[in-house]
Design a protein around this ligand. Sequence first.
Ligand SMILES: C[S@@+](CC[C@H](N)C(=O)[O-])C[C@H]1O[C@@H](n2cnc3c(N)ncnc32)[C@H](O)[C@@H]1O
Length: 193
Amino acid sequence: MVHRVLEIPAAFRLTQLLNPFTTGIYRRLLREHAPQDPHALLLDLGCGLGDYLDMVECRALGVDVNPAYMAKAAEHHGPRFAAATAMDLPFQSETFDAVLIMATCHHLSNEQVLSALEECFQVLKPHGYVLIIDPVLPSPLWFWKWALFKLDRGKHLRTFAQLKAVAGEHYRVEASPVVRGLLHDVVALRITR
Ligand SMILES: C[S@@+](CC[C@H](N)C(=O)[O-])C[C@H]1O[C@@H](n2cnc3c(N)ncnc32)[C@H](O)[C@@H]1O
């Protein structure tokens, strides 16, 4: 029931506003790892309300499986959004310099992550990379972080090692150190062929 409510854009935005600790880490990692070239084109895959598109230094488009989020994102950030699933992207080959997948991998099974990565490399230019920024399971000793993440809408929670292993099965992965937040631990993975 709570998870269904979060599919409503205003409810999802409220959860984001209530957790500046984690969104602050997302922003920091995005600033560190997103393309700095103003001519580069980034795809934000699973972009939610599209709030991160305006903070990157490059051009950016967003897709998300939830059409209600896409309508709200377009109201705030202009016509830069499409409703689509990560496993079937509506773009031509070699369109993007980078694909961001932020806080979305824990909504996807291992098979879906691999299928989404395959799709990403289809639409990426040869030099392009995928940037996964995702919360990871902490040790249960951090019981409040562990319990909070267990309540998440995403049903595919992983440790850092598990997330790295999924992508590492077929691709080269460079990982940031885990950033330990008050409510979530977050990692950035830069993935290339
Ligand atoms: C926790 S939200 C993160 C949204 C945004 N990236 C952010 O950080 O604010 C996860 C997003 O993944 C989207 N999503 C889940 N499964 C998806 C799929 N198969 N294809 C595309 N988007 C998906 C959801 O609709 C939701 O917007």
